[in-house]
Design a protein around this ligand. Structure first.
Ligand code: MG
Ligand code: MG
Length: 261
């Protein structure tokens, strides 16, 4: 069942998501060649706890860390590790959750590391654009397929492929709840969107083929053809006329400056 949130609950979700946004900005300050993904995780966990929140991902389904760090051909759910050292030209999706006041925040951003090839920067930019095109559709009276269609058509027009196995989701007292929010779909199809629905929209877009494989750790997914993948995510509340974005990239992009996607 879909839990519709009151305005008060949506404000609590905004608090959780603003903590996530600021955590991602702290992580952004550190991203550079030579840094391990375990270092990013430590900074994220400490910052989240300093805000009085709890890392939403830590222990979720047995996930061992506070953020997901997915590098290059890894799509999502990469596990931070001392062994994964960022190199010039990499891209890294950082997905973060924070839980406070009974509600989860959930947002993700894909960062360039040093100098990244223009064709990969274009993948990042197109994926981020598709997120905002999807968000434009998250208004009362539209249907879930309108969100997926907006994301899919923008990415496929640009020659990219849309991951099907992993999708967005409702977010609230649970990190993942109904409804499902696919990044593909048909206009006018699927669940009717209503004020009070709070959903995480998170396109995962591949430069090459859309198919994924699981790595041996049981969590990390990567592209079958080992081509890069990008991932951007916002948590939003469905409203009349205009979606209300509860997370923000503002703090991240202040840190990135001209390197913002
Ligand atoms: Mg997420
Ligand atoms: Mg999510």
């Amino acid at each position: 069942m879909i839990f519709l949130k009151t305005d008060e609950e949506i404000e609590l979700l905004r608090i959780s998501n603003q903590i996530v946004a600021k955590t991602l900005a702290e992580v952004a300050k550190l991203i550079a060649p030579g840094v391990s993904t375990a270092q990013l995780d430590r900074v994220a966990e400490e910052f989240i706890r300093d805000q009085g929140a709890v890392p939403g991902f830590l222990g979720y389904g047995g996930f061992p860390k506070s953020i997901c760090t997915s590098v290059n051909d890894q799509v999502v759910h990469g596990i931070p590790s001392e062994k994964v050292i960022l190199k010039d030209g990499d891209i890294i999706s950082v997905d973060c959750g924070a839980f406070i006041n009974g509600f989860h925040g959930d947002s993700a951003y894909t960062f360039p590391v040093g100098e990244v090839k223009p064709e990969i920067m274009k993948l990042l930019k197109t994926t981020k654009e598709s997120l905002f095109l999807g968000i434009e559709q998250a208004v009362e009276g539209k249907r879930m397929g309108d969100i997926g269609f907006a994301i899919q058509s923008h990415c496929e027009t640009n020659g990219y492929s849309v991951v099907r196995e992993m999708i967005g989701h409702g977010v609230g007292r649970n990190l993942h709840e109904s409804p499902e929010v696919p990044n593909y779909g048909r206009k006018g199809n699927g669940t009717m969107l209503k004020t009070g629905m709070t959903i995480a929209i998170e396109p995962m877009i591949n430069l090459g083929k859309r198919q994924l494989v699981f790595e041996k750790d049981g969590w990390t997914t990567r592209t079958i053809d080992r081509m890069p993948s990008a991932h951007f995510e916002h948590s939003v509340a469905v409203r009349k006329g205009k979606a209300d974005i509860l997370s923000t990239f503002e703090y991240i992009e202040q840190v990135l400056g001209t390197k913002a996607i």
